[in-house]
Design a protein around this ligand. Sequence first.
Ligand SMILES: [Zn+2]
Length: 182
Amino acid sequence: MNIISAIWASFFCCYVERGSLSFSARSQCDSCNRVLRWFELVPVLSWVMLRGRCRTCRSRIPFRFWLAEVFAFCFPFALPLVFLSLQDWKYRYIYSWQLVFLLFLGLPAHFPYALPVLFLRCGLADRLIIVYLSMILPLAAFPPFLLVASVSGILYILLTKTRKLPFIPFITLAYILVMYFS
Ligand SMILES: [Zn+2]
């Protein structure tokens, strides 16, 4: 889990640096374009062994790459934030849709509860609000909140046979219920 998270982080580094992603292309040095060997691609360790420089052209490998890999290795649950941080660090800009990544922050802890929400295929705004509420709600209140919001939403769909659910009212309902009873 930790190693996979660190590999993802080094993947994100390349993606953010080049602004594009290719699964097939071999990893190469951004300065001299030399294709990197396997031992130069080990997350966390390679940067230390190479002392933060390319083996051939000696150009610097940004310290934030190493930092991102270390953070991702130690805190896999924060991987989406590591990605957003890399992007923000480089461009001082993140797209609003990328905030959806934050939804996955809650998944490891609340996975079974978050699942119905994903099935609802709710809109971007709905998901953003859920993300926001997941941050301000106490941790123990978040699972019941998601459960009430999604179950009431699903019930509404089943009862009215509507195709487009206005989900925010159900989010609000769940939020008020959870806050009232907790
Ligand atoms: Zn190089």
